[in-house]
Design a protein around this ligand. Structure first.
Ligand SMILES: Cc1cc2nc3c(=O)[nH]c(=O)nc-3n(C[C@H](O)[C@H](O)[C@H](O)COP(=O)(O)O)c2cc1C
Length: 416
């Protein structure tokens, strides 16, 4: 099943498509908040420890994932150690996608806060106008040269770095170091693991609204009042505490809020609470956009999340691990996504255990139990590539990535 209606593409021959890319304007590079406020159907890859690294982020960006996140990075180590920075963060000027996106009929968010307040919450300063991210010379192009509708906008995707920290200082230091390479910083307020709670990071922040307030304020104090700082939270069993957290973040100009609709006491197999997400959205009183997260496994789940909660964007985690083409409307991982992932991993250089783990997630629905056991016992990248070639996949050749990826047809356009 492919989601985008064929009628959108009717009347455009392949030759037209391949000829006209060079007439396109440069894509707009919008702050994440503005993407969420002003564009329809914004899709987000969740931060995933060990998993949302560069090759996987790039892969998802080929399939209508507009915003991606790094895995959670520990701010203290990142800010202090060059070797931590080398191992925890890598990016490329090509990892963000370029998309045709539809504008919302009206964008009605209040911008007063941004325009009138200084970095310490006072109203006099015009600090905060500096931007740090300088887009690199990307070769990415949209999947087709002709806008699907008259109103379509050509937009570049965004990359957000997520950090965990028990204090504001290390976060601000990390922000300064990473700012040139990303479109914003997200504070992890949701990691439920016991080590995280003991260290005072992740979900330990859920009931420390003043500390979260201070973290956002200090990062913005260092980077500029408009520099994008978001938070990713879980709902609290006592919803008034979620309200408190949201209000504290709003007071210091948080740029957007991602809400995972499970409490920190719930297992990932428990159903997500759409009511909890809706409550958090309402707590913002429309001052900033929200992203909804939890149990997005199909395109139908995306629509359900949007309708039931009023969120401005939808984030998937395990659903994208299982099927990176989910947001493009595919029901299971298409073969071309596996091929793309192998080629990207080889191009970027991806360590074997993670390479294999991603492929195991992606192909789970396609393999029988015995095949899965066999696949998981393969010892190296090359044996894995051999195995996939044996199953008829076009992998392992020295294949240069074309800048134009057409997910509708599962192929690159080579002649541009
Ligand atoms: C393997 C894995 C790693 C995760 N790592 C992070 C992380 O680094 N930061 C974070 O905020 N959440 C992390 N999460 C939580 C997800 O971002 C997401 O909130 C959660 O899985 C619920 O979404 P889902 O129901 O779509 O899976 C992780 C989840 C998984 C499965």
């Amino acid at each position: 099943m492919y989601f985008i209606e064929e009628s959108r593409w009717r009347g455009v021959s392949e030759q037209d498509e391949e000829d006209n890319f060079w007439d396109l304007p440069a894509p707009e590079i919008l702050p994440v908040r503005e993407m969420l406020e002003s564009l329809l159907g914004v899709n987000v890859l969740a931060p995933l420890v060990r998993c949302s690294k560069l090759p996987f982020r790039h892969l998802c960006s080929l399939y209508e994932t507009h915003i991606t996140h790094t895995p959670m990075i520990l701010a203290q180590e990142f800010s202090r150690s060059q070797s931590a920075r080398m191992s925890d963060f890598s990016t490329s000027s090509d990892e963000r996608g370029v998309f045709w996106m539809e504008p919302k009929a009206s964008a009605s968010f209040s911008r007063e806060v941004d325009e009138n307040r200084g970095s310490n919450g006072s109203t006099s300063s015009n600090r905060g106008q500096r931007t740090y991210y300088e887009p690199g010379p990307s070769t990415r192009l949209p999947p087709m040269p002709i806008p699907p509708t008259k109103r379509s906008r050509l937009v570049r995707g965004a990359l957000v770095a997520q950090f965990a920290s028990p204090n504001a200082e290390h976060l601000a230091d990390s922000a300064e170091l990473v700012a040139r390479y990303v479109d914003g910083l997200d504070i992890n307020c949701g990691c439920p693991q016991s080590w995280a709670y003991k260290e005072g990071v992740g979900c330990a922040l859920l009931r420390k609204p003043e500390l979260v307030h201070d973290m956002i304020r200090q990062v913005k104090g260092r980077m500029g009042w408009n520099w994008p700082v978001s938070i990713k939270i879980r709902v609290d069993p006592e919803l008034k505490l979620t309200d408190q957290l949201v209000k504290n973040a709003l007071a210091v100009n948080v740029s957007h809020i991602t809400v995972h609709g499970r409490t920190r006491f719930q297992k990932s197999s428990d159903p997500v609470s759409l009511e909890g997400i809706k409550f958090a959205v309402e707590s913002t009183s429309g001052q900033v956009p929200c992203v909804g997260n939890g149990d997005i496994w199909s395109y139908q789940d995306v629509a359900r999340m949007r309708e039931a909660t009023g969120v401005h964007g939808v984030m998937a985690a395990r659903g994208l691990l299982a099927n990176p083409a989910l947001f493009a409307g595919y029901e299971t991982t298409p073969a071309h996504a596996v091929e793309q992932f192998v080629n990207l991993s080889v191009d970027y250089g991806f360590i074997f255990p993670l390479f294999q783990r991603h492929l195991a997630y992606m192909m789970e629905a396609h393999l029988l139990r015995a095949e899965r056991t066999w696949f998981n016992s393969l010892p190296s990248t090359i044996s894995t590539i051999d195995y996939l070639s044996g199953r008829g996949l076009n992998v392992g050749r020295a294949q240069k990535m074309s800048p134009v990826w057409d997910a509708r047809r599962g192929r690159t356009l080579h002649s541009v």
